[in-house]
Design a protein around this ligand. Structure first.
Ligand SMILES: [Zn+2]
Length: 154
């Protein structure tokens, strides 16, 4: 069971994480996968204590992902990745799982499993974004070094 879910997580990362990683392109891929538009609103303020929220309209299927404002791109990717997992799994509202994780019994158990899977997926999406950022930085460094030696103009 764990191995199967792990394979599903890895397969989805391979299918949905664009190379180079651009968060908007990732969201487009998620939208294509679920067959409905996904709107991204990176505007949660730090005072809310929330790292993300996804809600799906039951009639149109359209989804909205909220993530924190003013955070590094890798962290945004992590939060959006987590919420995307809920959408890919057909969860209508991620807030329900987040609050149920503290509950005992079967619903708490299911919610905790969903949260753990969402986090495993999110971690890999965050890593893909971090990798893209470090590539961009090293590209920039290479460019500056090259231009310092008169090898690259621009
Ligand atoms: Zn969650």
């Amino acid at each position: 069971m764990w191995g199967e879910r792990e394979s599903l997580i890895n397969a989805r990362v391979r299918r949905l994480a664009p190379t180079p990683f651009v968060i908007e392109a990732f969201i487009d891929n998620v939208a294509r996968q679920i067959g409905n538009p996904v709107h991204w609103i990176p505007s949660l303020s730090s005072g809310t204590g929330m790292t993300g929220l996804s809600v799906r309209c039951q009639t149109t299927g359209a989804a909205v992902i909220f993530s924190p404002a003013g955070v590094p791109p890798e962290y945004s990717a992590h939060c959006v990745g987590h919420e995307s997992w809920h959408l890919l799994e057909g969860h209508l509202c991620s807030a329900r799982d987040a609050s149920a994780t503290y509950r005992d019994g079967w619903s708490g158990c299911v919610a905790r499993r969903r949260e753990r899977e969402a986090e495993r997926f999110a971690k890999r999406i965050g890593l893909a974004a971090a990798h893209a950022t470090s590539l961009a930085v090293s590209d920039d460094r290479t460019r500056r070094l090259a231009s310092a030696f008169g090898l690259y103009a621009g």
